[in-house]
Design a protein around this ligand. Structure first.
Ligand code: ZN
Length: 329
């Protein structure tokens, strides 16, 4: 039995070593030399393959807001708190994660959305670190595909100095929203001052790319193997994306479905930033039907990191099941 111990040690040797050296040999006596505690996670990214396409989820950070009646305008705040409590989330503080996506098709390197490059909400400031951690050089990005004009998705097109952060990329923007952000009249008709500001800022960010900005529409192949799918309501021209290669598929829902504990579980609830609540709800029910029927793998911009998983029917709503973290692709 003793012969199974490593390095030719016998069990008796180990006991003797332990008795004479004691713990002091293992734990230094100078316990005051403690490592300072960290405030941040390591740069966060998560890769998986869809046939020939390699997807890298790029974590952009997390915002925090109090749970209030504003969060879900068409449900009592007590029910919202109960839904969060039902999955052991805080019922007082709502943490929203943000994750954009790099798509390497072999021939092209694309991004779907850019994050906000620390220019929107406190805590949403991890994108640059996560990109660097994943070994993705911004200058190597060929195409940036924007899902919609909201700031958490587009502010990272440029730095605070207004210069493009993706100097060699062309930028694809949903046709309806490109027209909107370039039209003062349409911006003026948006419902709130916040949305008007978002649209004006999106126009400025896009203008930095000059003639390299192009519109796209439902059904367009925006990158090899990546097809745009119209999912309006959260914003007027909001797009989702079906990535398909070698018989494998994943549907990136972006903001057609946000925070699973609330809007996958309760698809009739409206999120405060859904610009047309009724249309967003109809779209949500349609995509939920599709992903359950087709057993599709899904991604979501505001799903818990790494923001990839599957959805199953559960009672009167649905449930999100995150992927198992996988060490291999
Ligand atoms: Zn968003």
């Amino acid at each position: 039995m003793n012969s199974s111990l490593p390095y030719g040690l016998t069990r008796k040797d180990l006991l003797r070593l332990g008795a004479s050296a004691g713990l002091a040999a293992i734990v230094p006596a100078a316990a005051g030399a403690a490592l300072p505690k960290e405030a941040m996670q390591a740069p966060s990214f998560y890769r998986f393959d869809v046939g020939q396409i390699q997807v890298t989820m790029i974590f952009d950070g997390q915002s925090t807001r109090p749970v209030s009646s504003a969060l879900v305008p068409n449900a009592p705040v007590e029910r919202v708190r109960a839904a969060l409590g039902a999955v052991q989330l805080s019922v007082d503080t709502f943490k929203a994660p943000y994750t954009f996506v790099a798509v390497n098709t072999g021939g092209k390197l694309g991004l779907i959305d850019t994050g906000s490059d620390s220019q929107y909400l406190a805590g949403v400031d991890a994108g640059a670190r996560s990109l660097a951690g994943a070994g993705i050089n911004r200058a190597a990005v060929d195409v940036v595909v924007l899902s919609h004009f909201h700031p958490d998705h587009v502010y990272g097109l440029t730095g605070r100095d207004g210069r493009p952060l993706y100097p060699n990329a062309e930028v694809l923007m949903p046709e309806a929203e490109l027209a909107m952000v370039r039209d003062d009249g349409m911006i003026g008709r948006l419902a709130t001052e916040a949305f008007r500001t978002f649209a004006t800022n999106a126009r400025v960010k896009l203008a930095a790319y000059g003639a390299r900005v192009r519109p796209y529409k439902n059904g367009d192949e925006v990158l090899p193997g990546v097809t745009a799918m119209s999912t309006p309501g959260h914003s007027p021209g909001h797009m989702s994306f079906l990535l398909a290669s070698e018989g494998r598929q994943v549907l990136h829902l972006v903001d057609a479905l946000t925070f699973p504990a609330l809007f996958v579980r309760h698809p009739h609830w409206h999120f405060v930033l859904d610009m047309d609540g009724g249309l967003a709800e109809a779209t949500r029910l349609r995509v939920l039907d599709q992903v359950v029927a087709e057993e599709l793998l899904v991604m979501g911009y505001h799903f818990p990191f790494p923001a990839v998983g599957r959805i199953a029917s559960a009672g009167e709503g649905y449930e999100f099941h995150p992927v198992d973290w996988s060490a291999t692709l």
